[in-house]
Design a protein around this ligand. Structure first.
Ligand SMILES: [Zn+2]
Length: 211
């Protein structure tokens, strides 16, 4: 069972991924982790990736996909995986599809955690962090004091409404064609309503996978 995860910025994909993985009894596989582990292991693809990184270049899709394909063929991932952040573009979706087909597997479903843009702006704009210790707070005024060390609570630049709307627009522009590609190729694409309690959202995602 190979599942590809997407999530709008602020929709809680990072919270949901480990919960879903635990409920399904499969690991989460993220590009960054696999890349680092291939480099640590000194595998041929890991060394190739490192040569690009050492020159300050992006690691090409073909190398990344090779590393992902290698990981998918390992026993630890035999029961299935949640792919988190592995597919961001249509060429990557195509490459992954080819790689998993060569392993005799297929992408079972694409899950996309979604929240209304206005709600995301409201949520993130309501978040402040301590200037000193970076502890995040919600429902507190910017300018008030941290409970731990009295530091000033500030809203991060990234959480300003304009910055959030910009991130959402970039996500939409990048992700919409990928979701369409999966639909066109007969893969189930489930948009999960990510509003509500964390456990309820997990249950919704599991319900979609079981249906
Ligand atoms: Zn603090």
């Amino acid at each position: 069972m190979i599942i590809v995860l997407f999530g709008k910025p602020g929709a809680g994909k990072g919270t949901q991924a480990p919960l879903l993985a635990a409920a399904l009894g499969v690991p989460t596989l993220a590009t960054g982790d696999e890349l680092r582990s291939a480099i640590r292991a000194g595998s041929p693809l890991g060394l190739e990736a490192k040569s690009y990184m050492d020159r300050g270049d992006l690691v090409p899709d073909a190398v990344i996909l090779g590393i992902i394909k290698q990981a998918l063929s390992e026993p630890r991932n035999a029961a299935g995986v949640l792919l988190d952040g592995v597919v961001r573009t249509v060429p990557q979706a195509e490459g992954l599809s080819k790689a998993v087909a060569e392993l005799g597997k297929e992408v079972a479903a694409v899950l996309c955690f979604d929240i209304d843009d206005d709600e995301i702006v409201r949520r993130l704009a309501g978040r402040v962090v301590c200037e000193k210790c970076q502890t995040p707070y919600t429902g507190r005024e910017a300018g008030s004091a941290c409970d731990k060390d009295g530091g000033t609570l500030v809203r991060r630049k990234d959480d300003e409404p304009d910055a959030i709307r910009n991130r959402l627009a970039v996500y939409e522009k990048q992700t919409a064609p990928v979701l369409q590609w999966y639909r066109d190729h007969g893969t189930k694409v489930a948009v999960i309503d990510a509003v509500g309690h964390v456990q309820d959202v997990t249950a919704r995602a599991l319900g979609v996978l079981a249906s």
